[in-house]
Design a protein around this ligand. Structure first.
Ligand SMILES: [Zn+2]
Length: 354
């Protein structure tokens, strides 16, 4: 059960228990083997560039095991590959992928609601066409960075329709394929349809994209069985800054902002505005919200020290932005600074909590 309406202290307690449960499960022999096996069967690295909006949760919507999809999040799914930190992060991550002889599929996503345009992307002022246009700009920049033929890194533009949590694949010559239009019976022919839709995608990648699409079909079918008017509205009460929030495998409680934009204050202000609107509309309790920073580290020693400094900085920066621009929210704010052991996925709270 997700405690959407509980007092803030209980919600925070629940959250850190969730983090602990995730780390325990992630470290288990069963999960470790499952990830190894998944990667052996599907060697393509899968990255998703997406909006910070809490409703966008691609691993859940595609029923993909935890730890397979690597997320990049920002306001509106807006990314410029020339942003200094983003460009370096992408290139570093790509080197690791290529050194292992793998390819990378980068899902460049926008989101919209088929039922009401006001449930679309606040980052684009609900103008879906602008959001779509931006994903194609990212795709073009990916071509500049990693090659226009996309043999190693393939940027795939995808829509995410939040009412049904359905993926929409944008393919060759403007063709699109929405998972919401398919049924289980179409699964057998999906490989052929993908070949026609994405003729320039390397065969291995198409093979590795299939389980995500099949998972999305099952997910859509499951959602259609449920009554879920509330879930398609915003209910976020966490403002997260940094990376490594994969353990937060719960939709619609957090706005996650990657540390990429040179103007970090802008997405933080937008996120604080969404949380305030959630409180005012009564979608979440108005007794408090949390600012949380997370920075992954791979090695103990200097690498962990660097992560701690960065986590401190980002949480302080976010908190200061809230105090300055949302003075009414400031007394309701709880700040938690964390680093994440990347190998064990253990969340470590930096003491003392602020
Ligand atoms: Zn959005």
């Amino acid at each position: 059960m997700i405690p959407h309406q509980h007092p803030i202290s209980e919600r925070i307690g629940w959250l850190f228990e969730l983090a602990q449960r995730h780390a325990t499960e992630y470290a288990s022999a069963e999960a470790w083997l499952a990830r190894k096996r998944y990667r052996a069967n599907h060697p393509t690295a899968i990255w998703v560039m997406k909006c910070m909006d809490g409703r966008i949760n691609i691993p859940i919507a595609t029923q993909t095991p935890k730890g397979i999809i690597q997320p990049f999040r920002n306001l509106g799914g807006i990314f410029r590959l020339g942003w200094p930190h983003l460009g370096e992060t992408l290139v570093n991550d790509m080197e690791a992928v290529v050194n292992a002889g793998r390819q990378a599929l980068v899902m460049v996503t926008y989101h919209y609601s088929k039922g009401d345009e006001r449930r679309g992307c606040a980052g684009f002022h609900y103008r879906t066409q602008d959001a779509v246009a931006h994903t194609f700009e990212i795709r073009a920049e990916m071509g500049v960075l990693f090659g226009a033929h996309h043999r190693t890194v393939y940027p795939l533009v995808c829509g995410f329709e939040t009412d049904e949590e359905a993926l929409v694949i944008h393919g060759h010559l403007g063709a699109t394929l929405s998972m919401a239009d398919l049924t289980e019976a179409d699964l057998d022919h999906l490989p052929q349809r993908l070949m026609a839709l994405l003729p320039d995608m390397p065969t291995q990648m198409r093979h590795d994209l299939l389980p995500l699409l099949a998972g999305n079909l099952r997910h859509i079918a499951r959602l259609r069985q449920m009554v879920r008017t509330l879930d398609i509205e915003h209910r976020e009460w966490m403002l997260c800054v940094g990376r490594g929030f994969d353990w937060l495998h719960v939709p619609n409680i957090a706005l996650i902002i990657g540390p990429y934009s040179p103007d970090l204050a802008d997405p933080i202000r937008k996120a604080a505005g969404i949380i305030r609107a959630n409180m005012r509309a009564g979608r979440i309790p108005s007794d408090g919200f949390m600012v949380m920073s997370s920075v992954p580290y791979e090695d103990i020693g200097v690498d962990r020290s660097r992560a701690m400094l960065k986590s401190n900085f980002m949480a302080d920066f976010a908190a200061e932005t809230v105090r300055k621009d949302f003075p009414d929210l400031a007394p309701l704010m709880t700040v938690r600074k964390t680093v994440l052991n990347w190998h064990s996925r253990q969340v470590e709270t930096l003491e003392p909590p602020v």
